[in-house]
Design a protein around this ligand. Structure first.
Ligand SMILES: [Zn+2]
Ligand SMILES: [Zn+2]
Length: 286
């Protein structure tokens, strides 16, 4: 019995573990050895700082996040395409949204030049796995990157509150999670800006996925309204959504906010879908 009463053996500076902690650590190490943590995207082995991605996926994600985008509409842009802060796609438009930031593109150019292939970016695959395959661990990663681009936006000091693109209650019943809301919560926490619950979705409509450009606009027309009792008083707001495809949803929200009294509306999304190649697949995959 004297052995049990003995003080644990220490080396100078070494932390003392309780038996429970030691057993837990042993179990964790054994589990990690038997089933090492795998890359969320491809199942490869992460290396040090690349976790939770393998070095290959981490490099692709880094590259996609650095890809230049239009400061106004957040579309992917080539060199020398921006003039007066606009790309050729949005130069002649006067949108309801003043400026947009994004984390990266939903599509990447095919290496083999095959334009029919559904060239979803690594970032796009990560967002898809989060939205549709229940990979909830991707949420804080995507939300963190979105918060980073928002924090780096030159217009951030003008923004007074954040608004999530709202969902209809009927859609909540059939979807595992609502990405815009969870991502907004992360951006709110990281930026310290308040969230304004001023917008509501009054018409469910069909899911935008699979609809053409025109159908998407028709589908969201009249879908949003200012919440009863909310006053906007020349507020400058930041709208958050996960995807911008044609921009129909986010533009409709911005229109309702502006007509409801907001002075300026900015937007932040995780991915923008490049519509230079409008095949039916562009609309069907997210
Ligand atoms: Zn990987
Ligand atoms: Zn643009």
């Amino acid at each position: 019995m004297t052995i049990l009463n003995r003080k644990p053996f220490r080396t100078v500076g070494a932390p003392v573990s309780t038996p429970v902690q030691t057993v837990r650590r042993l179990v964790r190490t054994t589990v990690d050895l038997l089933f090492p943590p795998r890359c969320i995207l491809c199942g490869g082995l992460p290396e040090g700082e690349t976790a939770p991605f393998c070095p290959g996926c981490a490099t692709l994600l880094e590259r996609e996040r650095r890809q230049p985008a239009c400061p106004t509409c957040a579309a992917t842009v080539g060199p020398f395409e921006i003039s007066d802060e606009r790309c050729r796609k949005c130069r002649n438009r006067r949108p309801w949204i003043a400026k947009t930031v994004r984390v990266g593109p939903y599509r990447v150019e095919a290496n083999n030049g095959d334009r029919e292939r559904d060239n979803v970016s690594t970032l796009g695959r990560l967002l898809r796995s989060y939205k549709y395959s229940g990979r909830e661990e991707s949420g804080p990663i995507l939300g963190g990157w979105l918060a980073q681009v928002v924090a780096g936006a030159p217009w951030l000091d003008r923004v007074e509150a954040i608004v999530a693109v709202p969902t209809h209650w009927k859609h909540r019943l059939t979807r595992p999670l609502y990405a815009a809301e969870t991502l907004t919560a992360i951006v709110v926490k990281r930026t310290g800006l308040p969230q304004a619950q001023v917008l509501t979705r009054v018409k469910a409509g069909r899911h935008q996925m699979g609809l053409s450009y025109t159908d998407r606009s028709d589908n969201v027309r009249g879908a949003f309204a200012i919440r009863r009792g909310a006053t906007l008083n020349d507020a400058r707001l930041l709208l958050i959504d996960d995807v911008k495809t044609t921009g129909a949803t986010i533009n409709e929200c911005a229109k309702v906010l502006r007509r409801g009294g907001a002075a300026e509306v900015y937007a932040a999304v995780v991915v923008t879908v490049d519509l230079d190649r409008p095949t039916s697949r562009v609309f069907s995959s997210i």
